[in-house]
Design a protein around this ligand. Structure first.
Ligand SMILES: [Fe+2]
Length: 187
């Protein structure tokens, strides 16, 4: 039998008082998703392959829900803001919740049919991610972007589609402002 448990989450850092796993994504691992490869290669060398984001999770085998935090560093590659890989779920009938704790960013969504949606990520913004919408978070601020996610552990990840084709929209800095533009490379 599973027992209830309370986990303290630090909304400024994403740290969790109980965690069952974590991983870090560094800039070199995200090379396929950024457009400005020379800028990326320069930053990987000059900044010693900086961390872009970290995921910490709380998972209990046998449960139909798990949750965790994603903490994204501020930064850009060329004019493109730091972002996560982006993914569909392997299970097309399972969505997710993203609840922003601190920082500011953009949640970019794209349906299987190619419709796009852009939601703000600010403290207090709780995003409903429907089943079969790819999702990518982007840190557009100067500070860490921290959010809590809640999902079914069987949802799984399908990274390949977004890794290979990208998303239809890009989030870039243009004239000092955050701009959502059409991707030049998405078919
Ligand atoms: Fe997800």
């Amino acid at each position: 039998m599973l027992f209830p448990q309370s986990v303290r989450i630090d909304g400024a850092t994403g740290a969790m008082s109980i965690e069952t796993g974590r991983y870090v994504k560094r800039l070199s691992e995200l090379r396929p998703i950024f457009h400005d490869k020379p800028a990326l290669d320069h930053d990987v060398a000059a900044l010693d392959d900086p961390q872009v984001y970290e995921v910490v999770e709380y998972r209990k085998p046998g449960s139909d829900i798990f949750f965790g935090t994603t903490t994204m560093e501020p930064g850009k590659v060329g004019n493109e803001f730091y972002m996560t890989r982006g993914h569909f779920h392997a299970r097309r009938d399972m969505g997710e919740v993203y609840y922003t704790q601190s920082g500011e960013g953009v949640l970019l969504l794209q349906s299987r049919g190619g419709e796009t949606s852009v939601l703000e990520m600010r403290p207090g913004a709780c995003a409903f991610i429907p089943p079969d919408w790819a999702h990518r978070s982007i840190n557009t601020g100067q500070e860490k972007l921290v959010f809590v996610w809640v999902c079914n552990p069987e949802a799984g990840h399908d990274y390949a589609d977004i890794m290979q084709r990208g998303m239809r929209k890009l989030v870039v800095e243009r004239d000092g402002k955050v701009a959502v533009i059409d991707s030049p490379t998405h078919p």
